[in-house]
Design a protein around this ligand. Structure first.
Ligand SMILES: [Zn+2]
Length: 302
């Protein structure tokens, strides 16, 4: 999996950061999380392909997470005939989009589906052979959810030389990846470990913004490798963070630490900061894993 940051600023526009949006790539498939203004231009800047984008997940209906979506979906109407896109959002978000698109585009020339998220529970939103995507409750001023991406266990790596040596037929390869032994036509059993090597580890990612510090988030993201967390403010504005339903960098670090993550990505920065170095330093006092301050056009291997 790879993460592309399209925007990582907070609600008040700034020239340093764009509003929230990012894309998780899994092989050829693209999954967009939130779609603030400017997201479609960033999407193009990063060389991402619209015909590979079939799922869009909206955390909540504040403008800085949502207002890029009518624009993106209108553009798709120009280019993506026969395309299919599912927007995962609350019932109100689906209603809002439907009436907006009816007015702006009329009948969309592509298939648009809505998968309704219940903000109060954990919900499986998407599953295929490679990954699952769940939503879970966050704690903001309005209903809000985070998203948890998990790769399924991967197949073992085939040792091409050994497979050739034992003349393993092609149809057996998938079974070898799943751990089966090979039996030669003469009845000799070749143990799986002679034909394969260990599978690559599966990775996981959780997106947690917008949210105030809340221990229930720890339960929802426990065991995830990389956590992206709301880091709107620094220590000096801890009171404001709670009041506005956001978190400080120290609180983000606390969540990552308790959840056992190996990496924390800080984002959703208030425009008042000219640099995020101080925010990262405060987080580093709590969390000793890798800390990344998000930035536009950044790609992160997950
Ligand atoms: Zn918000």
């Amino acid at each position: 999996m790879e993460l592309s940051i399209l925007g990582c600023g907070s609600a008040v526009p700034s020239l340093r950061h764009l509003p929230s949006s990012q894309v998780v790539s899994v092989g050829q498939k693209l999954f967009m999380i939130d779609c603030g203004e400017g997201a479609q231009l960033q999407f193009m800047r990063m060389g991402l392909k619209m015909n590979r984008l079939n799922h869009i997940f909206i955390s909540h209906l504040h403008g800085d997470h949502f207002l890029g979506l009518p624009g993106l979906l209108s553009t798709m109407a120009l280019h993506e005939k026969g395309h299919a896109v599912t927007v995962h959002t609350f019932a109100e978000g689906a209603q809002l989009l439907q009436s907006m698109l009816k007015f702006i585009i009329g009948d969309t020339p592509y298939d648009i589906q809505y998968n309704i998220i219940d903000p109060n529970r954990h919900q499986l939103l998407y599953e295929d052979k490679q990954i699952t995507i769940h939503s879970f409750p966050l704690y903001h001023r309005v209903p809000c959810v985070g998203f948890r991406f998990e790769e399924k266990p991967k197949g073992r790596h085939i040792n091409a030389e050994m497979v050739k040596f034992y003349q393993v037929p092609t149809f057996m390869l998938e079974r070898l990846r799943n751990g089966e032994d090979f039996v030669t036509p003469e009845g000799e059993v070749v143990p799986n470990h002679r034909l394969t090597t260990d599978a690559s580890p599966s990775s996981s990612y959780a997106y947690c913004t917008d949210t105030m510090f809340d221990r229930r988030v720890v339960t929802s993201v426990r065991g995830v490798d990389t956590i992206f967390h709301d880091c709107t403010y620094g220590d000096e504005l801890t009171h404001l963070a709670r009041e506005r339903g956001h978190a400080t960098s120290r609180q983000a670090a606390e969540i990552a630490l308790r959840a056992g993550a190996s990496r924390l990505i800080l984002g959703h920065f208030s425009k008042r900061y000219r640099s995020e170095a101080e925010l990262a330093a405060q987080a580093a006092e709590v969390f000793h894993g890798e800390i990344i301050t998000a930035n536009e056009l950044q790609r992160i291997q997950l």
